[in-house]
Ligand binder design. Structure first.
Ligand SMILES: Cc1ncc(COP(=O)(O)O)c(C=O)c1O
Length: 426
């Protein structure tokens, strides 16, 4: 293959991936799609530009228009997240965490966080950002039935460990963290409190989850592309009045972990923030309603859905168990579902120890909601799961029906100019 053929092949694979998602049920909880206006912002000349520093204090010429964009984005983020400080430069949730960890800790400090086995994120672990910063990690005792830190045991642990930073938030995130209680204990021992809202940021901003910055978190980080429906990127937010902390948080991002910071995505985030001010409350409410309906419909079909006694979920996620601990049943189920046109991810559940052979699946409703599905449609979605996994129907016949069903859901909702959710594909 010559170089031109390689380039053509790549474009072909991009389109093929687009068609795969267009014709499937995309249910990965961390994914979302762009509105037409956000897509336009991201596909702009800003893609090739540089702007180190903050609006009005740049190291490069040519930033006047971009200064207007970033200033408006910061103001809008402060309104959307109801807080005094916003940095909208970071290029992902992990990048936000790295910047915040740099601002709030020094190497060798102790940090408490949720373990990855209990649903914590790899950036909270030694193998990720916590290790990169050289922090000493202790993980919270976990309440498996409630899928949250065990309040009494975690309080005792924070009192005895006296960390410099208490970090909360998860990747498997079904219910709000008991933050008020735990943040009080952390502050008693002089720790700062950080809440990683990567997954639930849109639900927090839409008033459908918890409000960490009002419940004791000094700093909240998040991704801008999960339940918050913007382009790939991140936020660092705080409601503190301490301007020294604001300066430290800004410098944690630049020069801490970014030089240039993807101006086109900052512009996209800014448009997404405006759309969120208009449509975010109803979008986030519908995401959670759909997740609850999906949990109930899957349970009615005979699936083992976690946390039934708590109503399955209070977020955008639903978690299902498909076999014994460490059996790899989650991996098998995810592969089979993809053959049937349903895109999910395997996930470790409490007790699992093998990340590549877990027993569960994590499902999300942000994208299905964004293309216009409602609670009644969740019953149809659960039926497709049952046909593929419980009734052992040939995946190709389920896939054909999934594609026909999905044909009615091809437009992005909750935005200023609704348009094709999967544009430009033949
Ligand atoms: C809790 C948590 N924090 C951080 C991240 C990382 O976000 P990103 O993929 O934007 O780097 C994730 C990703 O899913 C997450 O679940």
């Amino acid at each position: 293959m010559d170089n031109r053929q390689v380039a053509d092949k790549i474009i072909e694979a991009i389109d093929s991936s687009g068609r795969h998602y267009r014709d499937s049920l995309p249910m990965i909880a961390s994914e979302n799609i762009l509105s037409p206006l956000v897509r336009r912002a991201c596909d702009s000349d800003l893609h090739g530009r540089y702007a180190e520093g903050l609006p009005g204090k740049r190291y490069y010429q040519g930033c006047d228009d971009f200064d207007t964009i970033e200033e408006m984005g910061i103001s809008s983020a402060k309104r959307v997240f109801n807080c005094r400080f916003a940095n909208i430069q970071s290029t992902s949730g992990t990048n936000s965490n790295m910047g915040a960890l740099k601002s709030l800790t020094k190497p060798g400090d102790k940090i408490t966080a949720v373990s990855t086995a209990d649903g914590g994120h790899i950036s909270h672990a030694r193998m990720g950002a916590v290790g990169v910063r050289g922090l000493d990690l202790v993980t919270y005792p976990w309440d498996e039935d409630r899928m949250e830190p065990d309040i009494d045991a975690a309080s005792e642990m924070i009192r005895s460990e006296e960390p410099a930073l208490a970090l909360f938030g998860q990747s498997v995130f079904l219910f709000p963290t008991p933050l008020e209680e735990l943040a009080d204990v952390a502050h008693e021992v002089g720790a700062k409190v950080m809440y990683d809202a990567a997954h639930v940021l849109g639900l927090v901003a839409g008033g459908q989850f918890q409000d960490p910055l009002k419940e004791g978190a000094d700093v909240m980080t998040g991704s801008s592309h999960k339940t918050f429906p913007g382009p790939q990127g991140g936020f660092v937010l705080s409601d503190s009045e301490d301007e020294k902390l604001h300066r430290r948080l800004n410098s944690g991002i630049f020069p801490g972990v970014c030089s240039s910071y993807h101006l086109h995505h900052v512009a996209g985030k800014t448009v997404a923030l405006s759309e969120f001010e208009e449509f975010g409350e109803s979008y986030s409410r519908d995401i959670v309603k759909n997740a609850k309906a999906l949990g109930a419909s899957l349970a009615a079909e005979g699936f083992d859905v976690l946390a039934e006694e708590r109503g399955f979920t209070a977020s955008h996620q639903v978690v299902t168990r498909h076999g014994e601990i460490d059996s790899g049943a989650g991996r098998y189920a995810a592969a089979k579902l993809e053959e049937a046109g349903i895109i999910t991810n395997m996930n470790m559940l409490p007790g699992d120890t093998k990340a590549l052979a877990p027993s569960g699946l994590r499902l999300g409703t942000p994208e299905l909601t964004r293309v216009g599905m409602g609670v009644d449609d969740m019953q149809d979605v659960a039926r497709f799961f049952a046909r593929a996994l419980l009734e052992d129907e040939a995946p190709s016949s389920v896939k054909a029906d999934v594609a026909e069903f999905k044909g009615d859901f091809q437009s992005v909702h909750y935005c200023f100019e609704p348009g094709s959710a999967y544009p430009g594909l033949q």
